[in-house]
Design a protein around this ligand. Structure first.
Ligand code: GAF
Length: 373
């Protein structure tokens, strides 16, 4: 059943409209967003579709095709449970900002592979946020919507994420990656059509999610803030003399700083190569990004490392973990005629270790959030 049909069955009326928001892959620029740095994600063909109808009162009713029988009727948004905290948070934050958002009936349908690290939560927030924006005539621009959704995740869900995932979902464009300066929030759509070069980005979903992920994310943020304080700069984005900065730091703060500063340089280098039409050349930068995330930022895990190492051994031009880390997905830049060999090599490497086979998905840059009907 489609999401509109499920809406009718649950609420006995037609939805006022249907909205879609995608998940994302981050091409490069990892753990830089909350350091005021640069990111280069793109929206993926999977996401969340929300059928929504406004209500006169303040109640939010919310259900999902992926959680049968789990409808939540919320007079008090604080009582939202599990996945419903993401959309409930968006409503709460909008109201808190003084926006005239009343109640709603919401039916969710999502097809982002769960636990793959492809930002199903941002897709959920942005799809519902965009629906409310349209239905209540809020007049929010895509970046304003992304910021409200990030705030919902920070303050209501309690995940101290940066702006990247929500921005990629709200502003993505088919055939393009999104270059975002996370300080000024200036963004630019960068043409990223790999098919013209006989290349593709292959997602390797490791299927694992290590439990320590959430606490570790907050710790990395804290390391970066501490390092910036020691260096007397507003954020690690402001480090211009890397060698000088490293000589004044030690331990984790030193390692995190090295990653963030060099990762920002790598994003700029990738942008330069894409502009010059040298897509084939970005592979080395993807590899360097992974090593830095593994060794300096320490957010990788054996499953991601083996996926990256074996993809490159199988002929990928470059590969790296994507997203927050500790599981989820890696991406590999692969020539079309090498895809089978890369897959087999990764599968073999997993089988040798007794791990369940990963899932492979080709990722083409898709459109950002929009109204479907
Ligand atoms: C997660 C966060 F939600 C993003 O904001 C970003 O920090 C990313 O990890 C790491 O680059 O997806």
């Amino acid at each position: 059943m489609g999401v509109a049909g499920a809406f009718f069955q649950a609420y006995g009326e037609e939805p006022a409209g249907v909205w879609h928001a995608p998940g994302r892959v981050n091409l490069i620029g990892e753990h830089t967003d909350y350091n005021d740095g640069f990111v280069l994600p793109f929206a993926v063909p999977w996401g969340v579709t929300a059928a929504v109808r406004p209500r006169e009162d303040l109640t939010v009713r919310i259900a999902s095709l992926q959680a049968p029988g789990g409808e939540q009727a919320l007079d008090d948004l604080d009582r939202a449970d599990g996945w419903a905290r993401y959309p409930a948070g968006v409503v709460q934050v909008m109201r808190g900002a003084g926006l005239p958002v009343r109640g709603a009936e919401i039916m969710i349908d999502g097809d982002v592979p769960t636990g793959a690290g492809l930002s199903s939560s941002a897709a959920l927030e942005v799809s519902v946020g965009l629906a409310l924006n349209d239905l209540y005539g809020l007049g929010l621009q895509p970046m304003e919507l992304a910021k409200l959704c990030q705030k919902a995740e920070n303050e209501f869900v309690g995940m101290p994420c940066g702006i990247m995932d929500q921005a990629a979902s709200a502003l993505g464009r088919e055939g393009h990656a999104l270059f975002l300066d996370c300080r000024s929030l200036a963004s630019r759509a960068v043409p990223f059509d790999l098919s013209a070069y006989g290349l593709q980005i292959l997602i390797i979903d490791t299927g694992v999610h290590h439990e320590l992920a959430d606490g570790q994310y907050a710790r990395r943020r804290q390391d970066c803030e501490n390092a910036a304080k020691h260096l007397g700069v507003a954020s690690l984005r402001d480090v211009t003399d890397l060698a000088g900065a490293l000589s004044r730091l030690s331990g984790d703060e030193r390692a995190r700083t090295q990653h963030v500063v060099t990762e920002n340089h790598r994003v700029e280098a990738v942008i330069g190569l894409l502009r010059a039409g040298a897509v084939q050349e970005i592979g080395a930068l993807l590899n360097a990004s992974h090593l830095s995330l593994r060794d300096q930022y320490q957010v990788s895990c054996p499953e991601l490392d083996v996926a990256v190492e074996s993809a490159v051994r199988g002929g990928a031009r470059g590969a790296r973990m994507t997203g927050g880390g500790f599981g989820g997905s890696a991406i590999a830049l692969v020539a079309d005629d090498r895809v089978d060999r890369v897959r087999t090599t990764v599968e073999q490497a997993y089988a040798e270790r007794g791990w369940a086979a990963p899932t492979f998905l080709p990722a083409t840059p898709a459109a950002g959030a929009h109204r479907v009907r």
